[in-house]
Design a protein around this ligand. Structure first.
Ligand code: SF4
Length: 482
């Protein structure tokens, strides 16, 4: 069978809207500066994107052009770029770069692969990437993802990345050359992973021959780790705990079988609740209601007693609204939060952004000690894929550029949106307006999340939206965490 490359690229372009843009493309898009693209590409080899991004930020703050780079010693460079992979060799290459550029290329970054590979630390892969990304000239950068995926598709049959590059030059339509690397790097990181790719939710599952791969076996909850069963963590904005009690809350609670269950918008003091909701067998509960009656408030139920509970963020204006509860366990912090709504006319936007910043500072303090999970109603849809009508809501609360940037800041600080680690697909929402039968028509927003700190992403084994559960205008979201 001939692999349908046009169809594959079209589907991946669509799915890519929800993937993280590779760091080198991001730098190119933000700066359009070949020198920065070249330096970032050198840093990025065998290094995770978040580490490259941080190292590039530190480096460019001191030297964002060859002249300033020439003023830095190798020791300074090592300190600035650590902990990127092979930081010592890369510091040496960067130190040699200004002289090499001056000597052969008049101080400018050259535009061809043949010229670029004469620079220190620049191999074919780096050179192709710089030509494609920085100069938008036809070049195919073949890294391990491109080499691996093109072979498992059967589109090429090659032994080495160089052979793949040559085969693709002969075969791949030129219109795809520039983007194929960033598309397949993002795809390889998000879904088609080198070990146990996520074929179960891949957009190419019906056209991919899967040559030589072992598909991921979907784990049952109890199988997630042989020695350590996964914890099921659930978060639900119930929009009034007393109201949802009459709509099957306790059944849903039992069905979700959570080890820790966070609630937002409880809109009640615990003493106003019936015993059935206040003390659920097998769980202890911690409550942080708002001072104002019938407003906001969070609570957490847990099967295991935490070591410590932190009420709020230490700021009266936020804490009087019952917006955050933190439970400390032996090897992770569980933070449950109800982020402020920016409100019509974005009247509370400043308050919300201030809350974002306070929450991020809180998360960073906790993450310095152990794993951190943040869950709750963050009251913001991240990308266009996360709501049904993005264009119509650009200036509306929950999708304003400022709120999306505030959310992005948390992600850029290293916290991952766990749902998107597993689900690239559109039309998955967690909130639907009560008006206009939005839920029946699935005209919704994804504004409820579990975020996890960068180092602990590997501990998240599944992330789900439970849109089959009704009772509130939000539905529960969950992760399985080992
Ligand atoms: S079906 Fe599996 S092997 Fe094929 S592209 Fe998708 S994730 Fe990769």
């Amino acid at each position: 069978m001939i692999f349908p490359i046009d169809e594959a690229v079209a589907r991946l372009r669509k799915a890519a809207l929800s993937w993280q843009v590779p760091i080198v493309d991001l730098i190119a898009a933000q700066t359009e500066d070949p020198f920065k693209v070249l330096a970032a590409t050198i840093l990025s080899a065998r290094t995770k994107d978040e580490v490259t991004a941080a190292a590039a930020r530190r480096l460019f703050a001191r030297a964002d052009n060859p002249e300033d780079l020439a003023k830095l010693s190798i020791t300074e460079l090592e300190r600035l770029i650590y902990p990127v992979g092979f930081f010592r060799s890369k510091a040496t290459y960067l130190a040699e770069l200004p002289a090499a550029l001056a000597q052969d290329f008049g101080g400018k970054v050259p535009e061809t692969v043949e010229e670029l590979i004469r620079l220190p630390g620049v191999g074919r892969k780096t050179a192709n990437l710089v030509v494609a990304v920085a100069f938008k000239k036809p070049a195919i950068c073949v890294d391990t993802h491109v080499h691996r995926i093109m072979n498992l598709w059967g589109y090429v049959k090659t032994e080495t990345p160089l052979a793949t590059e040559m085969a693709l030059r002969a075969k791949l339509p030129e219109q795809y050359w520039l983007e194929i690397n960033s598309l397949l790097v993002a795809f390889g990181q998000a879904l088609c992973k080198p070990r146990f790719p996520h074929c179960d939710r891949c957009p190419l599952t019906d056209i991919c021959p899967r040559l030589g791969i072992i598909p991921r076996k979907l784990p049952m909850k109890k199988e997630l780790s042989a020695d350590k069963p996964a914890l099921r963590l659930v978060s639900w904005n119930v929009n009034g705990l007393r109201a949802v009690l009459d709509k099957g809350f306790l059944d849903a609670f039992r069905r979700l079988d959570a080890d820790i269950f966070a609630l937002q918008e409880i809109k009640a003091f615990p003493e106003q609740l019936p015993d059935a909701a206040r003390s659920i067998p097998g769980y202890q509960a911690w409550w942080h209601p708002a001072k104002k009656k019938g407003y906001s408030g969070v609570a957490v139920f847990s099967r295991t007693e935490p070591l410590r509970v932190i009420y709020g963020l230490g700021r009266e204006d936020f804490d009087s609204e019952g917006r955050a509860l933190t439970l400390e366990f032996a090897d992770f912090y569980f933070v449950a939060a109800y982020f402020p709504n920016a409100q019509d006319g974005l009247k509370r936007l400043a308050f919300k952004l201030e809350f974002n910043r306070a929450m991020l500072a809180h998360l960073n303090r906790l993450a310095a000690e152990k794993s951190v999970l943040l869950c709750g109603d963050l009251n913001v849809a991240h990308k266009e894929i996360d709501l049904a009508n993005p264009k119509a809501n650009v200036q509306n609360p929950g999708f304003s550029p400022e709120e999306r940037a505030g959310f992005e800041e948390i992600l850029q600080a290293g916290y991952a949106d766990t749902f998107r680690l597993f689900h690239p697909e559109p039309q998955r929402y967690s909130w639907w307006s009560y008006r206009t039968a939005a839920r029946q028509r699935n005209v919704g927003w994804r504004i409820d999340y579990f975020l996890v700190d960068a180092k602990s992403q590997g501990r998240v084994r599944a992330a789900e939206i439970h849109d089959e559960i009704h009772g509130s205008d939000h539905c529960p979201v969950s992760v399985d965490f080992v």
